[in-house]
Ligand binder design. Structure first.
Ligand code: ZLV
Ligand code: CA
Ligand code: ZN
Length: 376
């Protein structure tokens, strides 16, 4: 499926950004795998590639608290032996701990990750691109004063804040299998940013928030849309949810700009996932969103089978560029990571979709009110 006819596509391409993203423990080396796969398929020659530079402390402070930033910087400058805080204590202190360990050079990682999505935002605000891609971004759980769920900095919130300088209304759609809680919380009171997350919601699944009744707060009521689903969600049901609830709400909202978090952990058989989406399912979902014809930022996020995340984001990039790719993965430095199939497809598994038609119908009807409320 070719999605992007007539669009100027730009890709944030920076070795230092990739090196920083590669150091995030649960997705080690993933950023390089994604980039190398896009390169060997010849996609880099088909789009504008734009470097990024690390964001400044003042930029990161536009969303994160000074206390949290000072803590990140202090952790960075302390070696392990000096770190007298126990792991459990760290978890209570600004969210650092098991999911978000205190990594070496953490502050530099934070600035690079924030800088990548800042560069993507600038491409859109300056009109240099109509689609801006940063597969090293999408860290949607980080909160104003804490790290959470592998996310140390909320590059998404910061990028949306930049986009708001030029675009009055920004819609955010989060396809990651987890709830985009950090982005939702940041804009819960705002009518200028519509946040939408589709996510798996079952007992014990992180972060545990994002019921359909969670619709935003105060002035921002109904400008948050949550679409919780059960395990095994199929392509058809995923696309149907986007068509019947998300598309309508976003159309009524009529954004001037769109940000799509394309977290790849809703793919079939993801290590941390639980949905059953194929690359074709993601492509159909994105094509619906691109039909809105507004400047669009594409970000990464989860995706814990690195080869599958690389397959997905390479395929989505090709679709946006209006080009198709050979199924056979070309020989390159990460080639052996694509075995045993060595092809580009990620197809659904044969697991049962626990989203019954009754569940989906009830979900749709409970969410329907959104369109009407947004219109008021
Ligand atoms: O994909 O965890 O379940 C965006 C994203 O959305 C939890 N964390 C936390 C909450 C209480 N638990 C316990 C802490 C677990 C610590 C270790 C792991 C270790 C190795 C491999 C996987 C995990 C893990 N952690 C699996 N699920 C979690 C979640 C966080 C999920 C974040 C998703 C991030 C990038
Ligand atoms: Ca999500
Ligand atoms: Zn996720």
């Amino acid at each position: 499926m070719l999605l992007g006819a007539g669009r100027i596509v730009a890709y944030v391409d920076d070795i230092n950004l990739r090196r920083a993203a590669d150091r995030i423990p649960v997705v080690r080396n993933r950023a390089s795998m994604v980039h190398e796969l896009m390169k060997v398929y010849g996609l880099l020659e088909l789009m504008k590639t734009v470097p990024s530079s690390p964001a400044s402390e003042d930029y990161v402070k536009l969303f994160h608290s000074s206390d949290y930033i000072n803590f990140l910087k202090a952790v960075t400058h302390t070696n392990d032996d000096d770190l007298s805080i126990e792991e459990e204590e760290l978890e209570d202190t600004f969210g650092l701990g098991f999911d978000c360990p205190a990594l070496p050079m953490l502050w530099s990682l934070v600035c690079h990750v924030a800088g990548g999505s800042m560069a993507a935002a600038r491409l859109l605000t300056s009109g240099q691109a109509s689609v801006a891609i940063n597969w090293c971004g999408g860290w949607h759980h980080a909160q104003r004063d804490s790290a959470s769920g592998f996310c140390y900095v909320n590059d998404v919130v910061l990028a949306i804040m930049q986009l708001r300088h030029k675009f009055a209304k920004v819609a955010y759609v989060d396809l990651d299998v987890h709830h985009g809680d950090g982005v939702e919380n940041a804009f819960a009171f705002s009518r200028s940013v519509l946040t939408v997350s589709l996510h798996l919601k079952e007992d014990g699944f992180f972060p545990g928030t994002g019921t359909q009744d969670d619709v935003g707060e105060g002035e921002g009521r109904y400008f948050c849309l949550n679409v919780p689903y059960k395990a095994g969600l199929s392509d058809d049901n995923f696309v149907e949810l986007l068509k019947s609830v998300v598309e309508e709400a976003v159309q009524v909202f009529a954004p001037d700009c769109l940000v799509v978090q394309c977290g790849g952990d809703a793919l079939a058989l993801d290590r941390l996932g639980g949905a059953n989406i194929s690359i074709d399912g993601y492509t159909r979902a994105l094509s619906l969103l691109l039909r809105l014809q507004c400047p669009t930022m594409l970000l990464g996020g989860g995706g814990y089978e690195p080869a599958n995340a690389a397959r997905l984001w390479t395929s989505l990039t090709a679709s946006v560029l209006g080009t198709s790719l050979d199924l056979e993965i070309p020989e390159h430095c990460f080639f052996e990571r694509y075995g045993p199939s060595f092809d580009l497809a990620v197809t659904p598994s044969n697991r049962r979709d626990q989203n019954s038609s009754e569940y989906l119908a009830a979900l749709k009807s409970s969410i329907k009110a959104h369109g009407e409320e947004i219109q008021k």
